[in-house]
Write a protein that binds this ligand. Structure first.
Ligand SMILES: Cc1ncc(COP(=O)(O)O)c(C=O)c1O
Length: 400
Protein backbone atom coordinates (compact mmCIF):
# COMPACT_ATOMS: atom_id res chain seq x y z
CA UNK A 1 0.00 0.00 0.00
CA UNK A 2 1.27 3.50 -0.83
CA UNK A 3 2.54 5.48 2.14
CA UNK A 4 -0.23 7.90 3.15
CA UNK A 5 1.91 10.98 3.52
CA UNK A 6 -1.06 13.38 3.38
CA UNK A 7 -2.67 11.61 6.32
CA UNK A 8 0.65 11.52 8.20
CA UNK A 9 1.19 15.25 7.60
CA UNK A 10 -2.25 16.06 8.95
CA UNK A 11 -1.09 14.73 12.35
CA UNK A 12 1.51 17.52 12.62
CA UNK A 13 0.07 20.96 13.47
CA UNK A 14 3.33 22.76 12.64
CA UNK A 15 3.40 21.57 9.04
CA UNK A 16 0.67 23.97 7.96
CA UNK A 17 2.84 27.09 8.20
CA UNK A 18 4.01 26.97 4.59
CA UNK A 19 7.61 26.01 5.39
CA UNK A 20 9.20 22.88 3.93
CA UNK A 21 10.71 21.23 6.99
CA UNK A 22 13.77 19.58 5.48
CA UNK A 23 15.65 20.07 8.76
CA UNK A 24 14.41 16.85 10.38
CA UNK A 25 17.96 15.52 10.91
CA UNK A 26 18.36 18.28 13.50
CA UNK A 27 14.99 17.55 15.11
CA UNK A 28 11.53 16.71 13.87
CA UNK A 29 8.15 18.32 14.39
CA UNK A 30 5.78 16.62 16.82
CA UNK A 31 2.30 15.25 16.11
CA UNK A 32 -0.82 16.45 17.92
CA UNK A 33 -0.94 13.19 19.93
CA UNK A 34 2.47 13.97 21.45
CA UNK A 35 1.49 17.54 22.26
CA UNK A 36 -1.73 16.25 23.87
CA UNK A 37 0.13 13.62 25.89
CA UNK A 38 2.48 16.26 27.29
CA UNK A 39 -0.17 18.86 28.06
CA UNK A 40 -2.51 16.12 29.31
CA UNK A 41 0.10 15.02 31.84
CA UNK A 42 0.14 18.51 33.32
CA UNK A 43 -3.61 18.99 33.08
CA UNK A 44 -4.27 15.78 35.01
CA UNK A 45 -2.08 16.93 37.91
CA UNK A 46 1.55 15.95 38.10
CA UNK A 47 3.69 14.82 41.03
CA UNK A 48 7.16 13.55 41.73
CA UNK A 49 7.41 9.77 41.65
CA UNK A 50 7.38 7.36 44.57
CA UNK A 51 4.56 9.04 46.51
CA UNK A 52 1.38 7.63 48.03
CA UNK A 53 -1.05 9.75 46.00
CA UNK A 54 -2.49 9.39 42.46
CA UNK A 55 -0.59 12.25 40.79
CA UNK A 56 2.66 10.64 41.90
CA UNK A 57 1.51 7.24 40.70
CA UNK A 58 0.73 8.78 37.32
CA UNK A 59 4.29 10.10 37.03
CA UNK A 60 5.74 6.72 37.95
CA UNK A 61 3.54 5.17 35.26
CA UNK A 62 4.74 7.74 32.68
CA UNK A 63 8.36 6.69 33.23
CA UNK A 64 7.46 3.01 32.95
CA UNK A 65 5.44 3.63 29.77
CA UNK A 66 8.31 5.61 28.31
CA UNK A 67 10.80 2.78 28.91
CA UNK A 68 8.37 0.24 27.40
CA UNK A 69 7.85 2.41 24.33
CA UNK A 70 11.55 3.00 23.67
CA UNK A 71 12.15 -0.73 24.12
CA UNK A 72 9.47 -1.44 21.50
CA UNK A 73 11.02 1.07 19.12
CA UNK A 74 14.49 -0.48 19.13
CA UNK A 75 13.88 -4.07 20.23
CA UNK A 76 15.26 -3.75 23.74
CA UNK A 77 13.96 -4.50 27.22
CA UNK A 78 12.21 -1.82 29.30
CA UNK A 79 14.59 -2.44 32.23
CA UNK A 80 17.51 -1.77 29.91
CA UNK A 81 16.30 1.70 28.86
CA UNK A 82 18.28 4.45 30.59
CA UNK A 83 16.59 7.83 30.14
CA UNK A 84 18.24 11.24 30.19
CA UNK A 85 18.12 14.73 28.73
CA UNK A 86 19.80 13.87 25.41
CA UNK A 87 22.31 11.50 23.82
CA UNK A 88 25.35 13.69 24.49
CA UNK A 89 24.74 13.88 28.24
CA UNK A 90 24.03 10.14 28.43
CA UNK A 91 27.15 9.28 26.43
CA UNK A 92 29.35 11.34 28.77
CA UNK A 93 27.67 9.53 31.66
CA UNK A 94 28.33 6.10 30.15
CA UNK A 95 31.89 7.04 29.19
CA UNK A 96 32.61 8.03 32.79
CA UNK A 97 31.37 4.75 34.23
CA UNK A 98 32.87 2.48 31.55
CA UNK A 99 36.26 4.22 31.72
CA UNK A 100 36.43 3.54 35.46
CA UNK A 101 37.82 0.11 34.62
CA UNK A 102 40.15 1.20 31.78
CA UNK A 103 43.86 1.00 32.50
CA UNK A 104 46.95 2.47 30.89
CA UNK A 105 47.52 0.83 27.51
CA UNK A 106 43.90 -0.22 27.05
CA UNK A 107 42.46 0.79 23.69
CA UNK A 108 39.30 2.53 22.54
CA UNK A 109 38.17 2.74 18.91
CA UNK A 110 36.21 5.70 17.58
CA UNK A 111 35.38 6.66 14.00
CA UNK A 112 35.73 9.81 11.94
CA UNK A 113 32.30 9.13 10.44
CA UNK A 114 30.66 9.84 13.78
CA UNK A 115 28.93 12.88 15.26
CA UNK A 116 31.27 14.36 17.87
CA UNK A 117 28.94 13.16 20.65
CA UNK A 118 30.12 9.60 19.96
CA UNK A 119 33.76 10.65 19.69
CA UNK A 120 34.78 13.25 22.25
CA UNK A 121 33.29 11.60 25.38
CA UNK A 122 35.39 8.49 24.60
CA UNK A 123 38.54 10.38 23.60
CA UNK A 124 38.43 12.46 26.78
CA UNK A 125 37.68 9.47 29.01
CA UNK A 126 40.54 7.56 27.36
CA UNK A 127 42.94 10.43 27.97
CA UNK A 128 42.08 10.47 31.68
CA UNK A 129 42.54 6.68 31.92
CA UNK A 130 45.80 6.61 29.92
CA UNK A 131 44.08 4.50 27.26
CA UNK A 132 45.05 4.67 23.58
CA UNK A 133 42.53 5.99 21.02
CA UNK A 134 42.49 4.29 17.62
CA UNK A 135 40.60 5.81 14.69
CA UNK A 136 38.44 4.14 12.04
CA UNK A 137 38.55 6.13 8.81
CA UNK A 138 35.76 6.74 6.31
CA UNK A 139 36.61 6.79 2.61
CA UNK A 140 36.34 10.47 1.61
CA UNK A 141 35.42 9.58 -1.99
CA UNK A 142 32.43 7.37 -1.15
CA UNK A 143 31.60 8.20 2.45
CA UNK A 144 31.70 4.49 3.33
CA UNK A 145 33.21 3.31 6.61
CA UNK A 146 34.86 0.03 5.56
CA UNK A 147 34.19 -2.56 8.27
CA UNK A 148 37.28 -4.58 7.29
CA UNK A 149 39.59 -2.03 8.89
CA UNK A 150 38.23 -3.04 12.30
CA UNK A 151 40.06 -6.40 12.03
CA UNK A 152 43.27 -4.37 12.16
CA UNK A 153 42.04 -1.88 14.75
CA UNK A 154 40.63 -4.32 17.28
CA UNK A 155 43.09 -6.06 19.59
CA UNK A 156 43.02 -7.91 22.90
CA UNK A 157 43.55 -4.50 24.53
CA UNK A 158 40.36 -3.03 23.00
CA UNK A 159 37.83 -2.13 25.69
CA UNK A 160 35.27 -0.23 23.65
CA UNK A 161 34.27 0.35 20.03
CA UNK A 162 32.11 3.43 19.44
CA UNK A 163 30.48 3.68 16.03
CA UNK A 164 27.48 5.31 14.47
CA UNK A 165 24.54 3.47 12.92
CA UNK A 166 24.24 6.35 10.43
CA UNK A 167 26.13 9.56 9.68
CA UNK A 168 24.09 12.64 10.53
CA UNK A 169 25.40 14.54 7.48
CA UNK A 170 26.01 12.08 4.63
CA UNK A 171 23.69 9.34 5.88
CA UNK A 172 26.19 6.45 5.59
CA UNK A 173 24.99 3.34 7.38
CA UNK A 174 28.10 1.32 8.21
CA UNK A 175 28.00 -2.46 8.58
CA UNK A 176 27.42 -2.23 12.34
CA UNK A 177 26.79 -5.98 12.91
CA UNK A 178 30.20 -6.79 11.36
CA UNK A 179 31.92 -4.14 13.49
CA UNK A 180 30.25 -5.13 16.77
CA UNK A 181 30.99 -8.83 16.06
CA UNK A 182 34.71 -8.03 15.80
CA UNK A 183 34.50 -6.03 19.03
CA UNK A 184 32.70 -8.84 20.85
CA UNK A 185 35.15 -11.48 19.60
CA UNK A 186 37.95 -9.42 21.16
CA UNK A 187 36.08 -9.08 24.45
CA UNK A 188 35.30 -5.38 23.88
CA UNK A 189 31.99 -3.58 24.34
CA UNK A 190 30.28 -1.60 21.57
CA UNK A 191 28.48 1.74 21.85
CA UNK A 192 26.33 2.44 18.79
CA UNK A 193 25.05 5.95 18.10
CA UNK A 194 21.55 5.47 16.78
CA UNK A 195 20.47 9.10 16.97
CA UNK A 196 20.41 9.65 13.22
CA UNK A 197 19.53 6.07 12.24
CA UNK A 198 16.49 5.49 14.46
CA UNK A 199 13.97 7.70 12.59
CA UNK A 200 14.85 6.27 9.20
CA UNK A 201 13.87 2.62 9.45
CA UNK A 202 13.32 -0.42 11.67
CA UNK A 203 15.89 -0.88 14.46
CA UNK A 204 16.83 -4.10 16.23
CA UNK A 205 19.55 -3.59 18.80
CA UNK A 206 20.19 -7.33 19.03
CA UNK A 207 20.66 -7.71 15.28
CA UNK A 208 23.04 -4.74 15.39
CA UNK A 209 24.99 -6.50 18.14
CA UNK A 210 25.09 -3.23 20.07
CA UNK A 211 25.94 -3.52 23.76
CA UNK A 212 24.77 0.08 24.09
CA UNK A 213 22.50 1.89 21.63
CA UNK A 214 21.81 5.62 21.98
CA UNK A 215 18.84 7.49 20.57
CA UNK A 216 17.05 10.82 21.02
CA UNK A 217 13.27 11.13 20.84
CA UNK A 218 13.33 14.62 19.36
CA UNK A 219 14.67 13.08 16.12
CA UNK A 220 11.62 10.82 15.80
CA UNK A 221 8.59 13.01 16.51
CA UNK A 222 9.03 13.11 20.27
CA UNK A 223 10.15 15.68 22.82
CA UNK A 224 13.71 16.38 24.00
CA UNK A 225 14.48 13.14 25.84
CA UNK A 226 17.44 10.84 25.18
CA UNK A 227 17.88 7.13 25.88
CA UNK A 228 20.63 4.56 26.02
CA UNK A 229 19.49 0.97 25.63
CA UNK A 230 21.53 -1.96 26.96
CA UNK A 231 20.91 -5.42 28.39
CA UNK A 232 19.79 -5.05 32.03
CA UNK A 233 22.41 -7.66 32.99
CA UNK A 234 25.18 -5.51 31.54
CA UNK A 235 23.88 -2.42 33.35
CA UNK A 236 23.91 -4.42 36.60
CA UNK A 237 27.69 -4.79 36.31
CA UNK A 238 28.29 -1.02 36.21
CA UNK A 239 28.45 1.36 39.18
CA UNK A 240 27.95 4.98 38.06
CA UNK A 241 28.43 7.91 40.46
CA UNK A 242 25.08 8.63 42.10
CA UNK A 243 23.43 10.09 45.14
CA UNK A 244 23.23 7.77 48.15
CA UNK A 245 19.42 7.84 48.62
CA UNK A 246 18.53 7.61 44.90
CA UNK A 247 17.43 4.19 43.57
CA UNK A 248 20.21 1.67 43.03
CA UNK A 249 18.15 -0.50 40.70
CA UNK A 250 18.75 -0.84 36.99
CA UNK A 251 18.17 1.30 34.98
CA UNK A 252 17.34 4.01 37.58
CA UNK A 253 20.91 3.81 38.94
CA UNK A 254 22.13 5.66 35.83
CA UNK A 255 19.53 8.44 35.95
CA UNK A 256 20.24 11.68 37.78
CA UNK A 257 17.64 13.82 39.52
CA UNK A 258 13.97 14.29 38.70
CA UNK A 259 13.05 13.39 35.12
CA UNK A 260 10.67 15.32 32.80
CA UNK A 261 7.63 13.08 33.42
CA UNK A 262 5.35 14.90 30.99
CA UNK A 263 7.95 14.69 28.23
CA UNK A 264 8.28 10.99 28.97
CA UNK A 265 4.55 10.69 28.33
CA UNK A 266 5.24 12.45 25.03
CA UNK A 267 7.93 9.88 24.15
CA UNK A 268 5.45 7.02 24.60
CA UNK A 269 2.94 8.88 22.41
CA UNK A 270 5.64 9.40 19.76
CA UNK A 271 6.31 5.65 19.58
CA UNK A 272 2.56 5.01 19.33
CA UNK A 273 2.47 7.53 16.48
CA UNK A 274 5.35 5.83 14.66
CA UNK A 275 3.65 2.45 15.14
CA UNK A 276 0.63 3.88 13.31
CA UNK A 277 2.46 5.28 10.27
CA UNK A 278 1.31 2.23 8.34
CA UNK A 279 -2.38 1.92 9.29
CA UNK A 280 -2.46 -1.58 7.80
CA UNK A 281 0.15 -2.82 10.28
CA UNK A 282 -1.18 -5.29 12.85
CA UNK A 283 0.03 -7.17 15.92
CA UNK A 284 1.95 -5.95 18.96
CA UNK A 285 3.28 -2.39 19.10
CA UNK A 286 6.76 -3.74 18.33
CA UNK A 287 5.42 -5.49 15.23
CA UNK A 288 3.55 -2.39 14.12
CA UNK A 289 6.65 -0.24 14.69
CA UNK A 290 8.71 -2.57 12.50
CA UNK A 291 6.14 -2.57 9.69
CA UNK A 292 5.53 1.18 9.91
CA UNK A 293 9.20 2.11 9.99
CA UNK A 294 9.83 -0.13 6.99
CA UNK A 295 7.05 1.74 5.15
CA UNK A 296 8.50 5.11 6.23
CA UNK A 297 11.94 4.01 5.04
CA UNK A 298 10.58 3.10 1.63
CA UNK A 299 8.72 6.42 1.36
CA UNK A 300 11.83 8.42 2.31
CA UNK A 301 14.07 6.50 -0.07
CA UNK A 302 11.67 7.02 -2.96
CA UNK A 303 11.70 10.77 -2.37
CA UNK A 304 15.44 10.73 -1.81
CA UNK A 305 15.92 9.22 -5.26
CA UNK A 306 14.12 12.24 -6.73
CA UNK A 307 16.15 14.65 -4.60
CA UNK A 308 19.51 13.07 -5.47
CA UNK A 309 18.64 12.75 -9.13
CA UNK A 310 17.74 16.44 -9.29
CA UNK A 311 20.78 17.70 -7.39
CA UNK A 312 23.14 15.43 -9.34
CA UNK A 313 22.10 17.11 -12.58
CA UNK A 314 23.02 20.60 -11.36
CA UNK A 315 26.52 21.54 -12.41
CA UNK A 316 26.79 24.22 -9.73
CA UNK A 317 26.12 21.64 -6.98
CA UNK A 318 28.73 19.35 -5.38
CA UNK A 319 27.38 16.36 -3.44
CA UNK A 320 29.13 14.62 -0.55
CA UNK A 321 28.74 10.96 0.29
CA UNK A 322 27.48 8.17 -1.92
CA UNK A 323 27.40 5.18 0.38
CA UNK A 324 25.48 2.18 -0.93
CA UNK A 325 23.35 2.11 2.20
CA UNK A 326 22.40 5.51 3.56
CA UNK A 327 19.58 7.52 5.06
CA UNK A 328 17.68 10.12 3.04
CA UNK A 329 20.10 12.89 3.96
CA UNK A 330 21.68 15.07 1.26
CA UNK A 331 24.83 17.09 1.94
CA UNK A 332 25.97 19.50 -0.76
CA UNK A 333 27.63 22.80 -1.63
CA UNK A 334 26.69 25.37 -4.26
CA UNK A 335 29.44 26.99 -6.33
CA UNK A 336 30.14 30.61 -5.42
CA UNK A 337 28.08 30.62 -2.22
CA UNK A 338 28.81 29.71 1.39
CA UNK A 339 26.59 27.01 2.87
CA UNK A 340 25.11 29.63 5.19
CA UNK A 341 24.20 31.85 2.22
CA UNK A 342 22.48 28.90 0.55
CA UNK A 343 20.54 28.09 3.72
CA UNK A 344 19.53 31.76 4.07
CA UNK A 345 18.39 31.87 0.43
CA UNK A 346 16.31 28.73 0.97
CA UNK A 347 14.88 30.13 4.21
CA UNK A 348 13.72 33.20 2.26
CA UNK A 349 11.76 30.72 0.14
CA UNK A 350 10.34 29.04 3.22
CA UNK A 351 12.57 25.98 3.01
CA UNK A 352 14.31 24.89 6.22
CA UNK A 353 17.73 23.28 5.81
CA UNK A 354 20.90 23.28 7.89
CA UNK A 355 24.36 24.44 7.00
CA UNK A 356 27.70 23.80 8.67
CA UNK A 357 29.44 20.79 10.21
CA UNK A 358 26.36 19.75 12.25
CA UNK A 359 28.90 18.50 14.83
CA UNK A 360 30.24 15.89 12.40
CA UNK A 361 33.54 17.53 13.23
CA UNK A 362 35.94 14.79 12.18
CA UNK A 363 34.03 13.91 9.01
CA UNK A 364 33.89 17.46 7.69
CA UNK A 365 37.66 17.52 8.26
CA UNK A 366 38.06 14.26 6.28
CA UNK A 367 35.94 15.74 3.47
CA UNK A 368 38.16 18.84 3.47
CA UNK A 369 35.27 21.30 3.80
CA UNK A 370 35.26 22.22 7.48
CA UNK A 371 37.21 25.45 7.05
CA UNK A 372 34.93 26.70 4.29
CA UNK A 373 31.69 26.39 6.26
CA UNK A 374 31.20 22.68 5.45
CA UNK A 375 28.00 22.13 3.43
CA UNK A 376 24.21 22.33 3.31
CA UNK A 377 22.15 19.49 4.77
CA UNK A 378 18.64 18.69 3.53
CA UNK A 379 17.15 15.63 5.21
CA UNK A 380 13.91 13.78 4.64
CA UNK A 381 11.75 12.13 7.25
CA UNK A 382 8.41 10.32 7.04
CA UNK A 383 6.31 13.52 6.90
CA UNK A 384 8.11 15.11 3.95
CA UNK A 385 6.44 14.95 0.56
CA UNK A 386 7.20 15.30 -3.13
CA UNK A 387 6.16 18.95 -3.33
CA UNK A 388 8.77 19.86 -0.71
CA UNK A 389 11.49 18.05 -2.65
CA UNK A 390 10.40 19.80 -5.85
CA UNK A 391 10.48 23.19 -4.10
CA UNK A 392 14.00 22.54 -2.86
CA UNK A 393 15.21 21.44 -6.29
CA UNK A 394 13.67 24.49 -7.94
CA UNK A 395 15.20 26.87 -5.40
CA UNK A 396 18.68 25.31 -5.67
CA UNK A 397 18.46 25.24 -9.47
CA UNK A 398 17.80 29.00 -9.41
CA UNK A 399 21.23 29.51 -7.85
CA UNK A 400 23.05 28.16 -10.93
C1 LIG B 1 24.20 11.16 14.87
C2 LIG B 1 24.01 12.03 16.08
N1 LIG B 1 24.57 11.67 17.22
C3 LIG B 1 24.43 12.40 18.34
C4 LIG B 1 23.72 13.57 18.34
C5 LIG B 1 23.59 14.34 19.62
O1 LIG B 1 22.32 14.09 20.12
P1 LIG B 1 21.71 14.91 21.34
O2 LIG B 1 21.29 16.24 20.79
O3 LIG B 1 20.57 14.07 21.79
O4 LIG B 1 22.77 15.03 22.37
C6 LIG B 1 23.11 14.01 17.17
C7 LIG B 1 22.37 15.27 17.13
O5 LIG B 1 22.19 15.87 16.13
C8 LIG B 1 23.26 13.21 16.00
O6 LIG B 1 22.69 13.56 14.84
Amino acid sequence: MAFEVTRVRSCYPALVDGYAYLDGAAGTQVPRSVIDAISGAYEAGIGNDGGAFPASERSTAMTAACRAAVADLVGGEPDGVVLGPNMTTLTYRMAAVLADSWREGDEVIVSRLDHDANVRPWVQAARRAGAVVRWAEPDPATGELPAEQYSELVSDRTRLVAVTAASNIIGTRPDVPAITALARAAGALSFVDGVHATPHGPVDVRALGADFYATSAYKWSGPHVGAVIAAPGLLETLRPDKLVPSPDDVPERFELGTPPFADQAGVAAAVDHLAGLDPAATGSRRERVLASMAAAHEHEQRLFGVLLGGLDEMRHVTMYGKAANRTATAYFTVAGMTPWQVAAHLASRKINVWSGDNYAWELTGVLGIRDSGSAVRAGLVHYNDRSEVDRLLEAVAALG
